[in-house]
Design a protein. Structure first.
Length: 550
């Protein structure tokens, strides 16, 4: 157990040294990691922001160019020429040679009727006077629609421009090739989980997406409707953390969304994190080795100092023991020895007188004789108690004997039973019947129990209760617990109760050495003392002693 104390000290030194050594290491590592992480996140968000901005400009340019193409055709050719289907077909073919971005084209009068149509669909007889895009084109002069099904029964969107000629309004409309437009949007998809698509102001898909559904399907996105410019954030998309870059197009109320997978984008950061972790681990190993070597050296010094201190403790222990026993012996000599002597002499005198009487002529002769024998018996028992108490005052070398802790506790309680009754304090015992014996110094252990019980009596004062119990636990220890219902102790007092000369008693009532010596005795016997207390809840002292090895 003594070695265990130094082992605990060794681990405390190692732990403390490592803690104070690792704080700077972890602080530097955390600073480097955070700085690199911030820089890398900034780089990723900046690159994504640039990509979103560039793609937004490209999409706006595409739509502006298609709108300009239609406006140029409408304003460069007369309505009579555009109404000619053959002429319109030639214009359409010329447009497709430069950029195949339209599927069909139609020239419409102000009543919504197709005047001329070129394309793969049978839309020549369709009237658009009730179509929302047609009315908005008449009103605004040009219009780019959201993706819709329309008469074609498949998703598409159109660009339309209008012109007023001689009091009549004409509309030139073209359907944008979805494949061309989708490929333009999806060209910025990065990695295995990257995605790029367009949504309208209601988060309805306007282009195809790799992972978030087809055109015209709703998608769950952060609903940022009022921001301007490019917005980049890390958010949860369909249950997965993603980098999201988004901005509104200038041409119409569509929002460009570009998604990147952090696991792909942050792979370099994670590699750096692993390298940093390995460096920290090497540092920890070096610090641990140094802490262990330093702890070994310190513990050797402490062991040497403890051996020197034990010599001084032995003399201090004996002095305190004699002081305590002197007070107790004086009380016993005055309160017990003299009355016992008188009782013994009185009982002997009565027996002598009883011998002169005849058993036949004296009533209750046998009862008197038995009572006198009992008086002498109990006087002898009291003398034995006094004899044991005087044995405390003799200086003896430590013993290693097989001690029954239950018997030792009962004997010690008898010393203070009369004082407890005088103060109306009840001492209850709960002693384990199958308690294993312990190999220890019974006299020194009894001194510890006596001191703690005496302190408990002082703490209770009057009209209280003390509980003494024994038990054994699964850790191979035998326990003796002394609990009182006194006023308890504060945390400040608990921190100092085992310090020499520390006492809460009035001047002249205590030396402050009792618990300090008790702690030293139990420690030398290979055990330990535990204390629990709080103001208003009493105090609990637990003595833990090791079982003898089998």
């Amino acid at each position: 157990m003594v070695d265990k104390k130094y082992s605990v000290l060794r681990w405390k030194i190692i732990g403390g040294t490592m803690a104070f050594s690792l704080i700077p290491l972890f602080a530097i590592g955390l600073f480097v990691y955070n700085d690199f992480q911030t820089a890398y996140h900034t780089k990723i968000t900046k690159n994504l922001s640039t990509m979103v901005g560039d793609k937004q400009q490209a999409l706006d340019m595409f739509l502006d160019e298609r709108t300009a193409q239609l406006r140029t055709m409408l304003y460069s050719h007369s309505p009579e020429n555009l109404a000619d289907k053959v002429y319109l077909q030639k214009l359409f073919n010329a447009t497709q040679t430069s950029a195949q971005s339209f599927v069909d084209m139609g020239f419409i009068d102000q009543s919504g009727a197709h005047v001329a149509y070129v394309g793969p669909f049978a839309l020549g007889e369709v009237n658009y006077k009730d179509a929302d895009w047609f009315q908005k084109t008449l009103h605004k002069g040009h219009f780019i629609s959201d993706v819709f099904m329309g008469f074609r029964r498949f998703p598409h969107f159109i660009i339309a421009v209008s012109r007023n000629v001689s009091g009549k309004t004409w509309v030139l409309r073209a359907t944008v090739d979805s494949d061309v437009f989708d490929s333009l949007v999806q060209a910025v998809q990065v990695g295995r989980r990257g995605d790029a698509f367009l949504v309208n102001h209601n988060n309805i898909m306007q282009t195809h997406s790799r992972f978030h559904g087809p055109i015209l399907e709703p998608v769950s996105l952060p609903n940022h409707r009022s921001f301007k410019g490019v917005r980049v954030e890390q958010t949860d998309i369909s249950g997965r953390k993603m980098f999201l870059g988004t901005t509104w197009l200038d041409s119409l109320r569509w929002r460009l969304v570009i998604l990147e997978d952090p696991s792909e984008e942050l792979s370099a950061l994670w590699r750096t994190t692993w390298l940093l972790a390995v460096a920290c681990l090497i540092g920890i190993l070096v610090i641990t080795l140094g802490a262990v070597l330093m702890a070994q050296a310190i513990v050797r010094k402490v062991m040497l100092a403890d051996r020197e201190k034990s010599i001084l403790d032995a003399s201090l222990m004996q002095s305190s023991k004699m002081a305590a026993l002197g007070k107790l012996a004086a009380g016993v000599a005055h309160e017990v020895n003299n009355p016992l002597t008188l009782i013994r002499e009185g009982a002997g005198w009565l027996k002598d007188m009883l011998d002169d009487e005849s058993p036949e002529t004296m009533k209750n002769y046998e009862e008197f004789a038995r009572s006198l024998d009992m008086i002498e018996l109990h006087v002898d028992r009291a003398r034995e108690v006094t004899h044991r108490m005087l044995g405390f005052g003799r200086r003896m070398e430590p013993l290693h004997e097989n001690v029954d802790l239950n018997v030792l506790a009962e004997q010690t309680i008898r010393f203070l039973r009369q004082e407890a009754l005088h103060r109306n304090i009840h001492i209850d015992t709960e002693l384990a019947p199958d308690l294993p014996r312990v190999t220890t110094d019974g006299n020194q252990l009894q001194q510890v129990i006596l001191n703690i019980l005496d302190n408990a009596l002082d703490a209770v004062g009057q009209d209280g209760q003390i509980w003494v119990s024994t038990a054994s636990d699964e850790c191979g220890e035998v326990l003796l617990t002394i609990r009182d219902d006194g006023p308890g102790m504060s945390s400040e007092t608990l921190n100092h109760i085992f310090e020499p000369f520390y006492t809460t008693k009035s001047v002249g009532e205590g030396t402050g050495l009792g618990l300090s010596i008790c702690f030293s005795i139990i420690e030398k016997l290979g055990g330990r003392i535990e204390v629990r207390s709080a103001p208003g809840e009493g105090s609990v002292f637990t003595i833990r002693l090791p079982r003898p090895q089998a």
